[in-house]
Design a protein around this ligand. Sequence first.
Ligand SMILES: O=P(O)(O)OC[C@H]1O[C@H](OP(=O)(O)OP(=O)(O)O)[C@H](O)[C@@H]1O
Length: 226
Amino acid sequence: MTAATAYGNHAIEDPVVVKTQAVSPPVEESTLFEELYQMKCFRTGEFYLKSGQMTPIYIDLRRIMSSPRVLRMAAQAMCDKVVAKNIKFDYVVGVPYAALPLATLVSDILNVPMLMKRKEAKAYGTKQLIEGVYQPGGTVLLVEDVVTSGESIRETAEAIRKENLKVTDAIAVLDRQQGATANLAEDDLNFLSFLTMEGILDGLITKNEMTEDRKQQIIEHLAKPF
Ligand SMILES: O=P(O)(O)OC[C@H]1O[C@H](OP(=O)(O)OP(=O)(O)O)[C@H](O)[C@@H]1O
């Protein structure tokens, strides 16, 4: 029997219990910032993004998979937001690769099935681009780690929509605030994030690692078209 839940109709046999809110109190932005700071996820210098743009600040959330506690906290933060916004979905898909561990935990915390989108289809086996068990017509929530332009989310949504699945919402741990919200809206995707670049820069000011002037310079740099 398929179980209908607050998150939609699951294509799995067992009754589903949504267990999100009872598990732990909501994650605070400042708490997650501190954990990411301690894990050295924020680096200033000269780095290049997927888009080719130079950035004076690089945010590497791939590091958090090395701490199950912090990884879970980041996933919980996204779950809190999804629940607060009352977003409904039947499947969770992480944008490959960095968001895959996060998506796994979001799937576990919300008890919603996960699917996996490959970067490239394999040339052997089933040759599928989307792995997992799903019913056409189901709705997918996309999970990202860090978003810049939103292009990776857009590409993932496109591949998922080709499988006759719906995608209306995407959530990330962090938005670099470089146009993703507007870009994704053009593709009928609502985008939410738990943290923002501005919040990270403010946090680095409190750590005496950045001045207000430098923050403004960085914001101006990141606002340039790329
Ligand atoms: O919003 P966008 O402009 O698409 O940029 C963000 C994407 O860039 C990074 O992935 P990356 O391409 O480095 O690949 P990875 O996840 O495999 O490390 C990040 O994990 C996002 O997926």
